[in-house]
Design a protein around this ligand. Structure first.
Ligand code: GAR
Length: 190
């Protein structure tokens, strides 16, 4: 039976699309059961709608900083779709241990750096500023510590002279779209 995958986004959802496309192959053994955004303007929601995937928005703003209440609602909406796995794909809200514990070992995240380097934001600019020869992307299991947890896969790309953060982000994104489906498939089969 197919594994059920929920995908959480905040923005354009290009990683969500690469996951959904990969799951179209019956050999993948999984199906997207929900695309959820915390941001009503997330462009990925219309794209998921167009692909016929159930969507939901849990806007964090009305919760006015009450993270446990926001995460209770998030949990309620996600649980209604009974996913086996949650993929964070550009989901830009920090989740607390209270939420993460409920999905322990079942939640993956894609982070645009070669972890453990550059947790948090502005990863590409920080790699350039540090004079690194390579940037990249990591997929990891989500644990209570931010951008931590066992790394399941990484891909690196060279940082070229005069690269801007945008140049590097674009080069890394190509690898993200390849890596995330590959790692998810392996994770589901392990
Ligand atoms: C991706 O580059 C992803 O790695 C990053 O946000 C972007 C989302 O793009 N995630 C993080 O920074 C998480 N901390 P997308 O909406 O087109 O997939």
């Amino acid at each position: 039976m197919n594994k059920r995958v929920a995908i959480l986004i905040s923005g354009s959802g290009s990683n969500m699309i690469s996951l959904v496309e990969a799951m179209k192959n019956p050999a993948f053994g999984a199906e997207p059961v929900l695309v959820l955004a915390n941001n009503p303007d997330a462009g990925g929601i219309a794209k998921a709608d167009a692909m016929g995937i159930p969507t939901a928005i849990v806007d964090h703003r009305p919760f006015k900083g009450d993270r446990p209440a926001f995460e209770d609602e998030l949990h309620r909406v996600i649980s209604a779709h009974s996913p086996d796995v949650i993929c964070l794909a550009g989901f830009m809200r920090v989740l607390t241990a209270g939420f993460i514990d409920r999905w322990e070992g079942k939640m993956l995240n894609i982070h645009p750096s070669l972890l453990p380097k550059y947790k948090g934001l502005h990863t590409h600019q920080r790699a350039i500023d540090a004079g690194d020869e390579a940037g990249g992307v990591s997929v990891h299991v989500v644990t209570a510590a931010l951008d931590d947890g066992p790394i399941l896969g990484q891909a690196s790309v060279p940082i070229l002279p005069n690269d801007t953060a945008e140049d590097l982000a674009a080069r890394v994104l190509v690898q993200e779209h390849r890596l995330y489906p590959e790692v998810l498939k392996e994770f589901l089969n392990s």
